[in-house]
Design a binder for this molecule. Structure first.
Ligand SMILES: C[S@@+](CC[C@H](N)C(=O)[O-])C[C@H]1O[C@@H](n2cnc3c(N)ncnc32)[C@H](O)[C@@H]1O
Length: 250
């Protein structure tokens, strides 16, 4: 068997129904390229390996788990990449879909990585700590709406799919969990540039309780700042509002 490493967020799924439900949440067609992040003991992986006619790869940091998977699932030979997802190079040429019961300690960093890879990643199904899942999927006007909600929703539609009870894991995590699906938008938000958009959103939410006019002063001309939209707070703006504002930045 193997040891479970808390430092790597190793809470392995033991509930087969949940594993199947996660895999079924990822739409795949023939020839689809699929990447799993953090296969661990293979709870989800074994169902992914059963899907016919897909090109599968998995990235796992823990060498012990890589060796375990290779021994237990011969079909996985040559499909495992033993690096950190945060340092990984693009695993496929062309478009691919990503799935994982993510290590919660780095789940938001994984989402920033996805943003870097968004030209190639068109669908993501992921399990997160429940609060993080809620934040990513939160609409404007919601207290959970924040930087990553806006940055991701500029490019992806986000669906909050279902919650997973602690007892479905070994060991049970201390936090609640939820699965979400991100599907890339046909028409992404029209931002001036990714760099400007990121600066705008991060600066706006840096002081989320203040009227936008305050934190955003350095980014706009005095004239532009007269617009009534700057009397609002960051969480009141839609993704489209942020995108439109990015075009007016200095
Ligand atoms: C929550 S466990 C999920 C394991 C398995 N998929 C399951 O559902 O039972 C997260 C997995 O991510 C792996 N992991 C942690 N940090 C990682 C990283 N930086 N890059 C790739 N995998 C990582 C852990 O070793 C662990 O196997």
């Amino acid at each position: 068997m193997y040891t479970l490493k808390k430092s790597l967020g190793q809470h392995f799924l033991t509930d087969e129904n949940i594993c199947r439900k996660i895999v079924e949440s990822l739409p795949v067609t023939e020839g689809q390229q699929v990447l799993e992040v953090g296969p661990g003991g293979g709870a989800i992986t074994k169902y992914l390996l059963q899907i016919p006619d897909i090109h599968f790869k998995a990235i796992e940091l823990d060498t012990e788990k890589v060796q375990y998977l290779e021994k237990t699932y011969p079909a996985i030979q040559g499909k495992l990449i033993n690096v950190s997802i945060l340092d990984a190079e693009l695993p496929f040429e062309g478009s691919f879909r990503l799935i994982g019961n993510f290590p919660y300690n780095i789940s938001t960093q994984i989402m920033f990585k996805v943003l870097d890879w968004r030209q190639q990643v068109d669908v993501i199904v992921g399990m997160f700590q429940k609060e993080v899942a809620q934040r990513l999927a939160a609409p404007h006007g919601n207290k959970d709406y924040g930087i990553l909600s806006v940055l991701l929703q500029a490019y992806y539609k986000i669906e909050y799919l279902f919650e997973v009870h602690e007892n479905c894991f070994n060991p049970p995590p201390k936090v609640k969990s939820a699965v979400i699906r991100l599907t890339r938008l046909e028409q992404p938000a029209d931002v001036a540039s990714e760099r400007k958009f990121k600066v705008l959103v991060k600066t706006a939410f840096g002081q989320r309780r203040k009227q936008l006019r305050n934190p955003l002063k350095p980014l706009f001309t005095k004239e532009t700042l007269q617009d009534p939209i700057f009397s609002k707070r960051a969480e009141e703006l839609t993704v489209a509002d942020f995108a439109a504002l990015s075009h007016k930045m200095i």
